[in-house]
Design a protein around this ligand. Structure first.
Ligand SMILES: [Zn+2]
Length: 96
């Protein structure tokens, strides 16, 4: 593969399942929807979900129906951090 081909066909992979995902240079390590779909949990094992506050964005977490601002979660046992995506929605990446 030469350099020009590489630049026009960038590849990116989910860090957990290694599946080919949509290329997002700003989020080089984001976790794919399939892995997120297996469940996101707090460190004490409660289900946690993340969303924007409203259509203008913002970030919030939800545990047991309680809103919060927790960014840490575990997916497939891997510690991750969720954040508001620049383009709307939520992006989750493993914590380094
Ligand atoms: Zn994945």
């Amino acid at each position: 593969m030469d350099d020009i081909t590489f630049k026009h066909n960038p590849k990116q992979f989910c860090p957990l399942c290694k599946k080919n995902v949509y290329f997002m240079p700003r989020y080089p390590n984001y976790i794919c929807a399939d892995c997120i779909g297996t469940g996101t949990f707090t460190k004490d094992g409660k289900e946690i979900s993340f969303s924007n506050v409203d259509f203008t964005g913002g970030f919030m977490s939800m545990v047991d129906g309680v809103k919060g601002s927790e960014h840490e979660c575990f997916i497939k046992g891997v510690k991750c951090r969720a954040d508001e995506s620049r383009f709307g929605g939520i992006v989750i990446q493993p914590t380094k």
